[in-house]
Write a protein that binds this ligand. Structure first.
Ligand SMILES: CC(=O)SCCNC(=O)CCNC(=O)[C@H](O)C(C)(C)COP(=O)(O)OP(=O)(O)OC[C@H]1O[C@@H](n2cnc3c(N)ncnc32)[C@H](O)[C@@H]1OP(=O)(O)O
Ligand SMILES: O=C([O-])CC(=O)C(=O)O
Length: 374
């Protein structure tokens, strides 16, 4: 059924399948994973608990969580052939292209031969994605071959440790847990739908995830956190932010990090990451980017009734933790791989190839003219 308020373009408002994983905006603005509200998950859980939930349908108990984390830790070592490929990618490459190539190469080295192996490949991708992007980044930018099998307790801490050559503070580790939880799953968004379409052809799990990474890369989707950072860093203070935004709106430019295809009033992830950004700004000792972001939020709501989506305050939060802007969207990948792969398994469990129809708008039938007459 087409939701008239949303219209049919971009398949908006049309039901394209079923899922037990997630609800988006069902009560206007809520977000749940397997029935659990993300606000509660982000407040009390570690990201690995949510990754387990999405993989197995239930939250782990303490023993299951410890086993799961221990397994993930053991999977952090990059195969030499993958390191060789990463070392050949230039520093000028976009890290999302590195993620795409890294995932694809992993599929060549550790191919999913049978769908029964899916869980082991999913755990390997989850464990290895931070290493793929940081190994390339540190090698191409600093000339360092970073050690990827760290003993960090969590994926977020592992990522920050490799990036900065030191273990992160408890605050930064906690923010990474919350951030990765917020990004983990979001129903039939563009990248997840890409993964499901690929899965519906009975393709392998690395192909599904590689395609999804390509869809997430665009600035209308995951790439918006990076684009938001590029915008706010040009703003010296809230008044300047206001003038910049008013000019952009006047010129009908899109402001990345605002608006949403499903939510109408607010994105429930925003308030959570905004709070963390405020805390990080205080720790950082310079709240310019936070203050500028708050003014952007006020102006966009006042002028256009557009609200911050999950990406906007992620920009300042990641920046305060010393994460280079171009690594923002790869963090989204490290998290969303849990949602993508859960959808792949769900699609496989009740599959029919996804193949919609199109309304034809081309020329009426006509004969092929001889080449000399064209
Ligand atoms: C984690 C995520 O992937 S969240 C999404 C991240 N993406 C972004 O932040 C990119 C910026 N936002 C956008 O481009 C859009 O809001 C999308 C892609 C998220 C949703 O697109 P749609 O569903 O087509 O948006 P929607 O139908 O609500 O747009 C309504 C109007 O608001 C405008 N609008 C929507 N978002 C914005 C924005 N960020 N800046 C300026 N105008 C906007 C649209 O241009 C449209 O105007 P029009 O009616 O004159 O054409
Ligand atoms: O649902 C969407 O269209 C985009 C989004 O917020 C996400 O994927 O997290």
């Amino acid at each position: 059924m087409v939701d008239k308020a949303l219209g049919g373009a971009g398949l908006r408002g049309q039901v394209a399948g079923q899922t037990a994983l997630c609800t988006v905006g069902q009560s206007g603005s809520g977000l749940t994973y397997y029935g659990y509200d993300i606000s509660e998950l982000a407040a009390v859980a570690e990201f690995e608990e949510v990754a387990y939930l999405l993989a197995h349908g239930e939250l782990p108990n303490a023993g299951q969580l410890a086993e799961y984390k221990a397994r993930l830790k053991q999977l952090r070592k990059l195969p030499q052939a993958l390191k060789d490929v990463l070392e050949r990618i230039p520093a000028s490459a976009h890290p999302m292209d590195v993620m795409r190539t890294g995932c694809s190469m992993l599929g060549n080295l550790e191919t999913e031969a049978d769908f029964g192996e899916a869980d082991q490949h999913i755990e390997r991708m989850l464990a290895l994605f931070p290493a793929i992007v940081v190994y390339w980044y540190r090698f191409s930018h600093d000339g360092v071959r970073v050690e990827t099998d760290t003993d960090d307790d969590s994926i977020g801490a592992h990522f920050l440790h490799m990036l900065h050559d030191k273990k992160p503070s408890p605050l930064h580790e906690k923010v990474m847990h919350a951030s990765l939880i917020l990004y983990a799953e979001h129903e039939f968004n563009a990248s997840t739908f890409t993964a499901r379409v690929c899965a519906s052809t009975l393709s392998d799990i690395h192909s599904c995830v590689t395609g999804a990474i390509g869809s997430l890369r665009g600035p209308l989707h995951g790439g918006a956190n990076e684009a938001a950072m590029e915008l706010i860093e040009t703003m010296q203070n809230p008044d300047e932010a206001e003038q910049t935004l008013l000019g952009m709106l006047e010129r009908k430019e899109k402001i990345m990090g605002f608006g949403h295809a499903v939510y109408r009033e607010k994105d429930p992830r925003n308030a959570i990451i905004k709070q963390w950004s405020e805390k990080l700004a205080a720790e950082f000792g310079d709240s310019r980017l936070y203050d500028v972001s708050v003014r952007c939020e006020e102006v966009m709501w006042r002028e256009k009734k557009l609200f911050c989506n999950a990406d906007f305050f992620h920009a300042s939060a990641y920046h305060f933790m010393g994460i280079p802007t171009k690594l923002f969207t790869p963090i989204f990948v490290m998290s969303r791989v849990t949602g993508w792969t859960a959808h792949v398994k769900e699609q496989r469990a009740n599959n029919r190839i996804i193949r919609p129809s199109a309304d034809y708008t081309g020329p009426a039938p006509r004969p092929v003219p001889p080449i000399a007459e064209r």
